[in-house]
Design a protein around this ligand. Structure first.
Ligand SMILES: NC(=O)c1ccc[n+]([C@@H]2O[C@H](COP(=O)([O-])OP(=O)(O)OC[C@H]3O[C@@H](n4cnc5c(N)ncnc54)[C@H](OP(=O)(O)O)[C@@H]3O)[C@@H](O)[C@H]2O)c1
Length: 278
């Protein structure tokens, strides 16, 4: 049986839905049952902060798709519970993790990966580029002002639809032996700048959407004013500053190689989410 954590989130909900549609025995961990994915699977309530609930969720599980906000202590608690319960394989969704990254959450991911390596559990790492779903956070500003402000400069991003991260995770989880010990770099099909985002949105909406470049410091202040918690806003601003320097300008063909289906282009993502921008 497969356990999907973070099953109310972007990647987890889609992975749970896909596994349910394939009639794979699947359990989804959520902390709020009202946010459980609508899928033909078992739902269990639990919290990364409460180890007993994790141990209960792990009963009879062979493979875990590990998705969370990547708070190291929380994911380490999930991995420790999996080890206690004899889980055989973990598919971990991660990013460009590095112990000496200037971005807090990448250092956190490196800490989690280091723990996973020593856990004795077989694993696969899915290192995803930035999610297209992040663009949904721009929707309120675009609706109000007809544009958005960002500190990504002219940086290109191999932006990926989180649904394709989920599809890859689901495929790996159903044949984990073939992917043991591997780290895959997941991207969409094309390198995109935020000018490209503005153009695709303009085409889809039928009116001009502008991208105004700003500095990481101004972007940080704007995110905090918009209510983003300061640590998250700080990591975001650092990440966008790196994007401006070319840090996210990488592409791979691993989604298609693993799932057999090419990843969705930005145009498809926008068409599928057009209601959020109108
Ligand atoms: N966003 C990006 O561009 C990007 C790019 C590459 C990699 N990643 C990685 O993707 C992962 C995040 O995935 P995502 O975007 O799918 O996240 P997400 O949509 O924010 O989902 C996070 C999930 O974790 C759950 N959760 C939070 N705290 C919990 C707790 N204490 N106990 C149980 N569940 C809890 C949330 O449940 P609630 O619904 O109850 O809050 C939600 O289901 C991270 O590892 C991140 O580094 C993200």
């Amino acid at each position: 049986m497969i356990l999907v954590t973070g099953a109310s989130g972007k990647v987890g909900s889609e992975a749970a839905r896909l596994l349910g549609a394939q009639h794979q025995p699947t359990r989804a961990l959520v902390r709020d049952p009202s946010r459980a994915p609508r899928a033909d699977i078992e739902i269990v309530t639990g919290d990364f902060e409460v180890p007993d609930t994790l141990d209960a969720a792990m009963r009879g599980i062979e493979t875990v798709i590990l998705v969370s906000p990547a708070v190291p202590a929380q994911e380490i608690a999930v991995i420790a519970s999996a080890a206690r319960r004899g889980v055989r394989h973990i598919v971990k969704v991660t990013s460009k993790a590095s112990a000496d990254s200037p971005v807090d959450r990448r250092r956190g991911q490196a800490q989690i990966e280091a723990y996973l390596e020593t856990s004795g559990i077989s694993y696969t790492l899915l290192r995803a580029n930035a999610y297209m779903q992040n663009l949904l956070a721009l929707a309120p500003t675009i609706k109000q002002t007809g544009g958005f402000v960002m500190s990504a400069g002219d940086g290109q991003v191999g932006m990926i639809d989180a649904r394709d991260v989920a599809a890859t995770a689901a495929t790996v989880a159903t044949s984990p032996e073939a992917h043991a010990g591997r780290a895959y770099w997941l991207t969409g099909p094309e390198l995109i700048t935020y000018d490209d985002v503005a153009k695709e949105l303009s085409d889809a909406l039928g009116h001009s959407v502008g991208y105004r470049r700003t500095t990481p410091a101004e972007h940080l202040a704007a995110m905090i004013r918009a209510g983003v918690p300061e640590p998250v806003a700080t990591s975001n601003a650092q990440a966008f500053g790196l994007i401006a320097e070319g840090d996210a300008a990488w592409l791979s063909d691993e989604v298609a190689a693993i799932t057999g289906t090419p990843p969705r282009p930005l145009r498809t993502f926008i068409a599928d989410h057009i209601a959020a921008f109108t």
